[in-house]
Design a protein around this ligand. Sequence first.
Ligand code: NAD
Ligand code: DAU
Length: 351
Amino acid sequence: MVKTILITGGAGFIGSHVVRLLVKSHPDYLIVNVDKLTYAGNLENLADVENRDNYKFLKIDITNIRQLGVLFNSFVFDGIIHLAAESHVDRSISSPLAFIKTNITGTVNLLNLAKEQWKGMMKGKIFYQISTDEVFGSLDERGVFTEHTSYDPRSPYSASKAGADHFVKAYHNTYKLPVIISNCSNNYGPNQFPEKLIPLAIHNIMNNRPVPVYGKGENIRDWLYVEDHARAIDLLFHKGRVGETYNIGGSNEWRNIDLIRLLCSIMDEKLGRKNGTSERLITFVTDRAGHDLRYAIDSSKIRSELKWEPLVNFESGLRMTADWYLNNTGWVQHVVSGQYKRYYRKQYGNR
Ligand code: NAD
Ligand code: DAU
């Protein structure tokens, strides 16, 4: 193999799309996917590539220094794409410590091991931190986040991601570790755990359950189809400039309530329901504590430097996502019931 690449969190939503893309488009790379398989990690996401010669999965917790030590003794990595994280804002509000542990301590563990392994041979290596636009805080009606916007995290989740990013930058400055960071806006698409807005709404509409909209539904997010994000990650990993940060986003802002109304009409059509039926499921509920009003990304840097642009427009992406959930009801049942853990035991034994 020409290169050995470590991907953390590859059994999760975005990670599984990144693993699939790299395994298929770089047959000469060995892709080592390590994941703790929390509630959000599901190896069924990767069933189509799990038997490829250039792919290896290891169940590892990035907060466990012993497990990581064995990993770094077993492989010499050319690059690390770090996605493993606790990723849900609402969970971070009820349990912040888990976010500090995985998102900050886990990241620093990886930085330390990369620094040790790459001592004297940093050239050509890359530690790529996958971060979020939420570290920039909240916008009012105007303005966008650029790479120069100061960090101003406002939830335990975004504070933990910001903390991790600061360590990544500190390791670059102090130890000359070759790093890249990208900050992406909200992703949607197949394989997203149905606790996040879009898959939760699709799941509830399918099952005729209330669709919870926080507050008045006026918060705004900038949505990007997950495969467009995965392509950006592949590009930045190979062609991004060391020490730089890059914003990734869809330039596709939607008020939550407008997005949910559009999704309801798509679902009515797909389920053969009379137009307006699913909209009746919309239920306004208590707002999220400290709810950020608006995120919007200026992605002109990656667009001009690397000629990246999103390929999937929002309405067709929503349709593809709706189709995927309608055609994969078993996947949803498995993740909701935890049945995928049985799949793991069947596939990998007790490792
Ligand atoms: P996800 O929750 O779907 O997946 C996270 C993965 O990390 C899971 O497979 C989980 O098992 C694994 N994991 C969690 N704790 C671990 C640990 N201690 N050790 C090893 N593995 C562990 O998240 P996602 O939405 O795919 O997000 C992936 C990354 O992208 C995160 O770093 C997140 O902050 C970032 N991000 C997400 C979005 C988004 O809209 N989802 C946008 C921008 C950035
Ligand atoms: O911006 C990037 C971030 O996007 C990522 O870093 C996070 O990992 C990812 O979870 C996502 O965070 P959000 O909080 O924006 O995503 P979520 O899907 O939880 O919520 C999207 C919007 O919808 C937000 O304004 C809250 C609202 N919402 C969410 C849920 C789950 C509702 O109105 N009802 C809901 O039931």
